[in-house]
Each structure stands twice: as structure tokens, then as C-alpha cells.
Design a binder for this molecule. Sequence first.
Ligand code: HEC
Length: 101
Amino acid sequence: MKNTLIALAAAGLVSFGAAAQAGDATAGQSAYATCVGCHGAAAEGGVGPKLAGQAAADIVAKLHKYKAGEQMGPMTSMMAPMAAGLSDADMENIAAYVSSL
Ligand code: HEC
């Protein structure tokens, strides 16, 4: 009985861990297609800043701020409409893809 409880607890932790990594990098890759023109195919930067190498959580946080209409950098007006069309899942997926580059 005790072992069963431990096994259940461990299984619960494992599934919690999987849920915490919400982003799907494969879905993110196709969603990122609209970003390539400004951020580069390898997210190396261009018109917009380099995104490669940034933590997924940071990218998601910034996208939320753009979507919320916060003034970020000097070119916020260029980026804000891009974020406005993204769902939370889109942001997680794109961040998972970009941070894997
Ligand atoms: C029309 C060009 C353009 C497109 C398309 C575009 N961006 Fe941007 N992006 C920018 C610019 C310019 C900035 C910097 C804006 C500022 O000064 O605040 C930026 C900033 C960002 C930042 C913050 C980077 C940092 O380090 O501060 C993220 C994250 C980002 N973009 C993600 C995306 C994603 C994801 C997409 C596709 C859905 C996308 N962008 C599409 C131009 C673009």
C-alpha cells in the first residue's frame, strides 16, 4: 500500500512536469513563419532583435507585454500588432521553438 502511494505520487509529479513545459516546438516552428521577415529564419535578428538563445519564459513574458499594449523598446509600434494576434498557446509554442534554436 505504501509503495502504491509513492508510485502514484511519483506519477503525479511526472505528469505535472510535462504540463509545465507547455510549448510545442513543432507547432511553434510553423507559427514562427510570420516572424521570420523581421527576426530571421534562425531568430538571429534583423529588423527586430535577436530571439535565439533567449529563455522561453522571457519570450512569452515579452509577447504578453506587447499584446497588452505596453511600450517596450523604440519600435514597439512595429511589434505590438504581431503579438496582438497570438494566443497564449501560440506564444508558448513559438517560444519553445525559438529557444531551441
Ligand atoms: C514587422 C517586423 C516584425 C515582425 C513581423 C515581428 N516582429 Fe517581433 N519585433 C520587431 C521589432 C522591431 C521589435 C523591437 C520592438 C521594440 O522596440 O520594442 C520586436 C521585438 C520582439 C520581441 C522582444 C525581443 C526582445 O529581446 O526584447 C519578441 C519576443 C518578438 N519580437 C517576437 C516576435 C514574434 C514571435 C513574431 C511573430 C509572431 C514577431 N516578433 C514578428 C519586429 C517584428
